[in-house]
Write a protein that binds this ligand. Structure first.
Ligand code: C2E
Ligand code: MG
Ligand code: MG
Ligand code: MG
Length: 288
């Protein structure tokens, strides 16, 4: 891997990697520029609905950051989160995401239950993370903190030098909820489940896609649903793409789902349109 030494980058790359290194440097420069001042325009949040399998209605949304390039293209986090993590810019980026998510959530009060935000391991390890979060909530006393959900992955616990479960417990005392993201893909999911005071399990899409035709996947899902319920946690299935998978999840008693089946992440104006029009799954239920 490329390493930095004395301010000079020493890069070892093949022809194939050349493009991605350039892309990465461009993304890094853009991030730096964006975080210096023109945030809302350059780093918008898109929103993907979370839908109840009971009512078919939108109960919440996940905020997913995007980067707008000078030529108007929209980049997925895949192109810049890695660079943000490595340079430490994930910290101010994460603050921007939290702040913007809270503003949208307040704006959509009465229409939207909650918004979840992804928090990277590095962000969570930052000593200032909890004070900054508490400060943000104090700025918005009209917001019920339980309407804000922080999504954490298992790598946060494995890679961290701080006591993550302790930190999450402090966050929970603020009233903010915690979700275990990409659940099932880590190395010690059960340890994670045991030691972290989470409210929601987000079952990774690798267990979800095609589950209607896969007995092993549906057995795993039933077991996770049971386990989560026994621990007083709710479950969201990620990456639901097919009507058959929606039906299977509904039948298995999975309370909520997220996926292209219902909607991809959308820019705020489009997401708001769905909220206000009360778009729900009912019309698609005819597929079942
Ligand atoms: P994630 O948190 O697991 O988010 C779910 C990803 O799956 C999103 O990709 C979403 O667009 C995608 N997805 C949703 N439904 C479906 C589906 O039905 N099929 C398939 N194939 N994919 C689906 P996205 O927006 O590109 O984000 C990728 C990852 O980047 C996120 O994974 C999250 O780990 C990270 N990320 C996004 N926004 C932020 C952020 O603000 N901060 C941090 N630290 N990480 C973020
Ligand atoms: Mg997530
Ligand atoms: Mg996820
Ligand atoms: Mg994922």
């Amino acid at each position: 891997a490329a390493k930095r030494a004395g301010g000079n980058r020493i890069e070892v790359f093949t022809e194939d990697m050349r493009v991605s290194v350039h892309e990465r440097l461009a993304a890094e420069a853009r991030l730096r520029e964006a975080l210096a001042g023109h945030l809302p325009w350059t780093l918008p949040l898109w929103f993907q609905p979370v839908v109840s399998t009971v009512t078919g209605q939108i109960i919440g949304a996940e905020a997913l950051v995007r980067m707008r390039t000078p030529d108007g293209k929209i980049l997925s986090p895949y192109h810049f989160i890695g660079a943000a993590e490595e340079t430490g810019m994930i910290v101010p980026l994460g603050q921007h995401v939290l702040r913007s998510a809270v503003e949208h959530l307040i704006y959509w009060s009465g229409h939207l239950g909650y918004v979840s935000v992804n928090v990277s391991p590095r962000q969570l390890a930052e000593p200032d993370f909890v004070p900054a979060l508490a400060g943000l909530l104090a700025e918005h006393p009209e917001l019920d903190p339980s309407r804000l959900v922080l999504e954490i992955t298992e790598t946060a616990m494995l890679a961290s030098t701080v006591d993550v479960s302790e930190r999450l417990a402090t966050i929970k005392r603020l009233g903010v909820r915690i979700a275990l993201d990409d659940f099932g893909t880590g190395y010690s999911s059960l340890t994670w489940l045991k030691s972290v005071p989470a409210d929601v399990v987000k079952l990774d899409r690798s267990f979800v896609a095609g589950l209607a035709e896969d007995q092993r996947k549906s057995s795993i899902i039933s077991a996770v649903l049971w386990l989560a319920r026994s621990l007083g946690m709710s479950t969201i299935a990620e990456g639901v793409e097919e009507p058959a998978d929606w039906t299977a999840l509904q039948a298995a008693g999975c309370p909520a789902v997220q996926g292209y089946f219902f909607s991809p992440p959308r820019p705020p104006e489009e997401f708001q349109e769905m909220l206000i029009n009360g778009v729900c799954v009912t019309p698609l239920a005819q597929f079942t």
